[in-house]
Design a protein around this ligand. Structure first.
Ligand code: AMP
Ligand code: ZN
Length: 665
């Protein structure tokens, strides 16, 4: 080995070790500055000597590679869910069940926290990370290797005295502090803050640009080793060895010998969990002996050898100071409880949702009441009850708002609707802004270079009154606006121009027709193929479409009976926005499978399950997840479950192969 190569190798090894100290053990032994100097030195050497390139070098972890489509990968070993328990009784029942199967009471358990993030499976071959796949539906997930490689606590290669070929399972999480920082930056940039760390972590894995992923403070906590090699006898030993080999296995894990010891762990963390740097929603208890695990096996959904214990949602009581009303983009009114600030689940809560008028009436919530506030998985807490013992004598029943707090129009409520609405669709500021904000959003027209705040600014400045106006904006009009540079103005105009290529189904969703969400928009686009067909469809035609009910049909008719909306649509058409499905889509779509119900089961050679499902739907068929009398065909791949097969045979349903399916078309 040349001395240069030696030097490069030594630096890589040293830097990997510092990464391990910093990200896994949380105890760095050199300063950030010294680390940066060493990385720079290595970068220089590598640039000078490209012959020693190594994709696993610590210099290669800043990302840069773009993934356009995440490939679907079938898991070698299925990723199961966990059964849940909520009480001591549940745990005792579980213990009894497994004692019976194992024929012994000599069972040891591990207790781990249940990390709340996005599940991931990391496959290592010959000690090197080769593939990282999301859990997906448990059978197949998405290949997110490129993005995962940017997470510094995940080793790209490990020391050889662990296993050679194995999988590590864990959760990619976004620690609370990093999440808060990301949101501060977003708010400062005028963007919507992210809702919660879990969704943001899982969304991060599906970003196309891995250098964006590298910028996010993601972490990965591991909880299971999967391997054919029987080197370790217990779950606990295998995780300890994995930690030594470089994986981040939280040290909170303990062994327990009984349900009482398990409950000690649960009770301890139910209180202490708010001191953790990340979120946890419970504890996972596992049978420690791998031989016993094997004997216990799996149900159709989860391992028998493990169970999750869910922490109870937390509750506090505080005073309700005021009820205010928010107006959404559809005019829907949401009552908001303004509370005396109180500490709940580690954060100060000042506001809680009250949902709608019925909820207020049902709970008999009144201003001045002391109320119980609860926080579950959602970011916004809710009021669950009133403490009537503290109600003041002079308290007055809540009168729900009668007029819009934004524009003063009288509110309406239609039968069967839980919400009140402000009917002043074209004159109520939050509705005007909200509709345009919805139009430009990611899942709709996905307009780059234009954010929610800017929409508000443009509307206030009188430059836009509706989404069609966007297409008439000129850079000269935008540049003079506050905080607008020439470059960002140009980006906005380019983004708007680009949105003219967005497919019809998304445009239909973007229009903001009440009750027409993403899925309904897809259905409608597929069925009617163009906006003109949809505009001309009457009630009967609409409800004849699969999954379109009265409510949706009425809302569509209502939308297009408004001259203003027809004008908007006509203008969009004029600007070149896609208001019919493309030629290509037209060719791939037929009515050949109309009325036929399919169940797709197993693993396929040529097409992914998702491809198959799309083809069925594109050709008018329906996909169902379970076999019943209504099923016409079961498309069977490899490893189709034996119980499914039996059921199909019992009901006399045709079982066809992938090839036979293609022939149907
Ligand atoms: P659920 O999705 O509620 O059925 O819970 C199962 C999921 O919990 C698994 O897919 C894991 O991703 C996740 N999980 C989090 N922490 C752990 C842990 N310590 N052990 C096992 N699974 C865990
Ligand atoms: Zn209004």
């Amino acid at each position: 080995m040349s001395s240069i190569q030696n030097k490069i190798e030594a630096l890589r090894k040293e830097l990997n070790h510092h990464n391990y100290n910093y990200y896994v053990l949380d105890s760095p032994i050199i300063s950030d500055f010294d680390f940066d100097m060493k990385i720079k030195e290595l970068e220089k050497l590598e640039a000078k000597h490209p012959e020693f390139y190594d994709p696993d070098s610590p210099t290669q972890r800043v990302g840069g590679e773009i993934t356009k489509n995440f490939e679907t990968i079938t898991h070698k070993n299925r990723m199961y869910s966990l059964d849940n328990s909520y009480s001591k009784e549940d745990l005792l029942d579980w213990e009894k069940r497994i004692q019976k199967i194992l024929g012994t009471t000599d069972i040891e358990y591990t207790c781990e926290l249940k990390y709340d993030g996005a599940s991931i499976n990391l496959a290592y071959e010959a000690g090197k990370l080769v593939k990282a796949v999301t859990r997906g539906d448990g059978f197949q997930g998405d290949d997110v290797t490129t993005n995962i490689r940017t997470i510094l606590s995940i080793p790209l290669s490990i020391s050889s005295d662990f296993l050679e070929n194995f999988e590590m399972r864990g959760e990619v999480i976004l620690p609370l502090e990093g999440f808060a920082k990301m949101n501060q930056e977003r708010i400062a940039a005028g963007e919507e803050p992210y809702r919660n760390p879990r969704n943001t972590a899982s969304g991060s894995l599906k970003l196309q640009d891995s250098s964006e992923v590298a910028k996010r403070p993601l972490d990965c906590l591991l909880y299971q080793v999967v391997s054919e090699e029987r080197k370790y006898g217990t779950h606990h030993d295998s995780l300890k060895a994995a930690r030594d080999a470089g994986f981040k296995i939280p040290t909170t894990m303990v062994l327990a010998k009984s349900v009482d010891e398990i409950l000690d762990f649960v009770n301890q963390w139910d209180v202490k969990r708010h001191e953790l740097p990340y979120e946890t929603d419970g504890v996972v208890i596992k049978v420690n002996s791998l031989a016993q695990q094997e004997e216990l096996g799996y149900t159709s959904k989860s391992p028998r050898w493990a169970i999750a214990y869910k922490f109870k949602a937390e509750q506090v009581s505080t005073k309700l100071n005021e009820i205010t009303y928010q107006v959404g983009r559809t005019g829907a009114i949401t009552p908001v409880a303004n509370l005396e600030p109180v500490l709940l689940a580690g954060t100060i809560v000042k506001r809680a949702s009250l949902h709608n008028a019925d909820q207020i009436e049902k709970l008999d919530v009144r201003v001045g009441d002391t109320v119980y506030v609860e926080k579950g998985g959602e970011i916004i807490p809710k009021i669950v009850a009133v403490d009537f013992s503290k109600r003041q004598k002079n308290s007055i029943p809540t009168q729900y708002a009668t007029h819009c707090p934004e524009c003063g129009t009288e509110l309406i409520r239609t039968d069967g609707d839980a919400k009140h609405y402000c009917p002043n669709i074209y004159g109520c500021a939050p509705q005007i802004t909200g509709r345009i904000q919805h139009f430009i959003s990611r899942k709709a027209m996905d307009i780059e270079g234009l954010g929610a705040e800017t929409v508000e600014l443009l509307r206030k400045e009188g430059l836009i009154q509706n989404y069609a106006d966007l297409y008439e904006l000129k850079t000269e009009q935008i540049i003079p606006l506050e905080r607008m540079a020439e470059k960002s103005a140009q980006n906005m105009i380019d983004g708007i121009e680009k949105s003219k290529n967005i497919p019809f189904e998304k445009v239909l969703f973007a229009l903001g027709i009440r009750f027409v969400g993403e899925t309904v928009a897809k259905k409608l686009a597929k069925h009617f193929k163009s906006i003109d067909n949809l505009v001309n469809a009457d009630f009967e035609t609409l409800i004849a479409v699969d999954e379109i009910g009265d409510k949706i049909a009425e809302s569509i008719i209502d939308f297009f009976s408004n001259e203003k909306n027809i004008q908007l649509v006509n203008r969009l058409k004029l600007y070149g926005v896609q208001l019919q499905i493309s030629e290509e889509e037209l060719i791939n779509q037929t009515d050949k499978l109309v009325g036929k119900v399919f169940v797709v089961s197993g693993v396929f050679q040529e097409l992914s399950r998702n491809d198959l499902k799309k083809m069925i739907e594109d050709n008018g068929g329906k996909v169902s997840s379970s076999i019943s009398k209504k099923t016409d065909y079961v498309i069977a791949g490899d490893n189709m479950g034996p119980s499914k097969k039996e059921k199909a045979e019992d009901l006399g349903i045709a079982i066809i192969s992938e090839q036979e399916f293609l022939e149907l078309l």
